[in-house]
Design a protein around this ligand. Structure first.
Ligand code: MLT
Length: 316
């Protein structure tokens, strides 16, 4: 039997390729970061695709990859995979649950600090040879009321890691009733979170029920001193509504790591705001997370192709 052709799409730590190519049962094809042309050329022979968030597995992708058997999303969210079409074509899908959660949680907390202490703007100012000490007075994180929208693995880690800052945590999650964290209490509605918290952080997957979940109605309920962080998925938050809220200075500030369209358009109006911090989908981009994700990808590929065992399947 021909060896499976495993294509590593998207940007990965190079050790993933090094380790995979030592497995004699596999043919492994690395691609340069985000090189659509290279991926395109490999589609006809591809048996497995290892992807992050930059590759979309849609009907067009699937039609050009008639030999595809397996897609591994090296990460958590699978919104960039058309799972129904995969199922129809007999292509199995899995992800690497948990592997990058700590990094995603830490990035959300880092963004909170960046907004509260204005460090990104202070850095820009220093790099422009200025010394504007009085312009960058910030706000502490300690003892704040923090609203966590989505209290799954990542939301939970955010709440736990914040313990030293003695917060009050209010979470909203229709699937979780109680928390084992003494300072985290369940909110009955999203409105309760947005109207009463000093910091709101979003940690829900992008599915039909969460698309456009956060719009003007909720943003307008936030107190003027509040901040918002989204390091989960674009599309959950209405970007135009956030733009209007920030432009009119209705809240203190916000930070976004994820966008409805990625990469964010060069001329996006979001880039003009002076109370918004932007990062290019970096939640999972740490050395540690990429090592953990890589180990799971290798294990899952071996199990699938050598032991005929599908791990961490993601269903429609
Ligand atoms: C995830 O869903 O886990 C992240 O999007 C991972 C990534 O950046 O690839």
């Amino acid at each position: 039997m021909e060896k499976p052709h495993i294509v590593i799409c998207d940007g990965f730590d190079k050790t993933l390729f090094e380790e995979l190519k030592n497995i004699s049962e596999f043919n492994v094809h690395p691609t340069a970061k985000n090189t659509q042309e290279q991926i395109q050329n490999l589609l006809p022979t591809m048996t497995a695709a290892v992807i992050r968030s930059a590759t979309t597995v849609d009907t067009n992708f699937l039609e050009q990859a008639p030999n595809l058997k397996y897609v591994i999303r090296a990460g958590e969210g699978t919104d960039n995979i058309d799972k129904a079409s995969c199922q129809q074509k007999g292509v199995k899908v899995s992800n690497t649950p948990g592997a990058n959660n700590n990094s995603a949680a830490e990035h959300a907390i880092a963004l909170m600090f960046t907004v509260l202490r204005k460090t990104a703007y202070a850095h820009q100012s220093m790099m422009a040879s200025r010394w504007e000490k009085s312009k960058f007075t910030g706000v502490e994180l300690s003892n704040k009321k923090i609203g966590v929208v989505g209290f799954g693995r990542i939301g939970n880690i955010v709440a736990k890691r914040l313990a030293g800052f003695e917060p009050e945590v209010l979470f909203f999650d229709p699937f979780i009733n109680e928390s084992d964290i003494p300072y985290a209490k369940k909110a009955e509605t999203l409105e309760e979170i947005f109207s009463s918290c000093d910091i709101v952080t979003i940690h829900v997957p992008l599915v039909e029920q969460t698309r456009n979940l956060i719009t003007k109605d909720l943003l307008e309920k936030m107190p003027a001193h509040a901040i918002l962080v989204n390091a989960s998925r674009g599309g959950i938050l209405n970007e135009q509504d956030l733009y209007d809220t920030l432009k009119e200075k209705k809240i203190r500030g916000a930070a976004l790591d994820v966008f409805a369209n990625e990469p964010l358009e060069e001329n996006s109006p979001l880039r003009e705001l002076d109370n918004l911090v932007l990062t290019p989908h970096l939640g999972a981009s740490t050395e540690e997370a990429q090592v953990r994700v890589g180990e799971m990808v290798i294990h899952q590929l071996k199990e699938f192709f050598i032991n005929n065992n599908l791990l961490n399947e993601v269903k429609v």
